[in-house]
Design a protein around this ligand. Structure first.
Ligand code: KG4
Ligand code: ZN
Length: 334
């Protein structure tokens, strides 16, 4: 089965092609540089740029894979959560293609597609624990099998990627912050500054990054780091505090649960320091840790196609997507 996937939940216009036999056939993305002067994503601008980007991105994905619409079994699209205008453009585009090509259209939950991005390069094992950390979400999900999920933890305030982005902005490193902080952190000393690692009073598994974000801003204002090396140390120390919190929750979530693996998902999973630290932490428990290649951690169309293909294998005629949903927790479909 070959599925075309369209992802427009935020500011990347992406199209991917996934074959259940051969895995990823194409993954093409147009990043929107138009937001740079504004220091963040401008929702209405994002919608208009998606409208312009999607036709050439689609063409490039099909040409790159040497496929025609006639080769496709279904068109998949991110239905939510995300920016309403961006989702509307993607959904309208997908439905128009489904109509023109006479193919079913499948709506996909954005968090589910990030999780199943782990299936793009090697088959996933279940049941698994998944740490989803992106610009909009920080969650721990128990994935019993594709389509069967339980949300174990979420964030009380900022998402992990959002914390990276906001602190990078304070440091003048630009957007997106995660990769820039990771790059500098490679050269820095993670023990230079002892940033706080939040523990919630109720002992729950939820995340909270706003205290760390504020601590970083105050430290920056009161004792700005000296020179490039000081900035590298700042980044390494901040990244260490984010990773420490993420793994604190994961280790507690894993306790007493019969799972086969830990998967990392979402843009922050592109952080290879996080992956290495997770492997080190879970190795004593005999639990393998996997993450997609960085290009499949951040938003892409292949993961949308993959999530839809797995669904279609279990449910050949899912209800076509009606409205986009800007918010909403991951839902099981079986
Ligand atoms: O999954 P994604 O592309 O979009 C959302 O669904 O939010 O995630 C984007 C987020 C941004 O906050 C970005 O700073 C973060 O992922 N990110 C990283 C890295 N690469 C991207 N965070 C830490 N380290 C990275 N290498
Ligand atoms: Zn995402």
């Amino acid at each position: 089965m070959i599925v075309l996937g369209i992802e427009t939940s935020c500011d990347d216009s992406a199209v991917g092609l996934y074959d259940t036999g051969r895995k990823v056939l194409a993954s093409v993305l147009a990043a929107q540089l138009e937001h740079a002067p504004y220091g963040g994503v401008v929702p209405e601008l994002a919608s208009r740029v998606h409208l312009r980007n999607l036709p050439p991105v689609l063409r490039s994905a099909l040409d790159g894979a040497g496929l025609d619409p006639g080769n496709l079994d279904a068109v998949a699209v991110t239905q939510g959560p995300g920016l309403m205008g961006s989702l509307l453009v993607g959904l309208a585009f997908a439905r128009a293609l489904g109509h023109a090509w006479d193919r079913p259209v499948v709506g996909v939950h954005h968090i589910e597609s990030h999780i199943l991005a782990n299936h793009l390069e090697r088959d996933m094992v279940f049941p698994a624990l998944v740490l989803v950390a992106s610009g909009g979400h920080s969650q721990i999900v128990l994935a019993r099998r594709p389509g069967d999920y339980a949300l174990l933890a979420t964030t009380r305030d900022d998402a992990a990627g959002e914390a990276f982005d906001k602190v990078a902005k304070v440091l003048g490193l630009g957007f997106p912050g995660g990769p820039r902080i990771e790059e500098r952190a490679r050269r820095g000393d993670p023990e230079a500054i002892a940033f706080p690692v939040a523990r919630l009073g109720d002992g729950g598994l939820d995340f909270s990054f706003s205290g760390l974000k504020t601590a970083a801003r105050i430290r920056w204002e009161e004792r700005p780091p000296a020179g490039e090396a000081g900035l590298d140390d700042f980044c390494a120390s901040f990244q260490r505090a984010v990773v420490a919190q993420l793994l604190d929750r994961v280790l507690r979530a894993v306790r007493g649960r019969d799972v086969q693996a830990l998967y990392l998902a979402g843009g922050v999973a592109a952080n290879r320091t996080l992956l290495a630290a997770a492997r080190e932490a879970l190795d004593p428990l005999g639990l393998p840790v996997f993450a997609p290649s960085p290009r499949y951690c951040t938003d892409n169309g292949a993961m949308v196609a993959c999530a839809a293909a797995l669904r279609l294998e279990a449910d050949p005629a899912p209800a076509p997507p009606d409205q986009p949903f800007p918010r909403g927790a991951i839902a099981s479909w079986r």
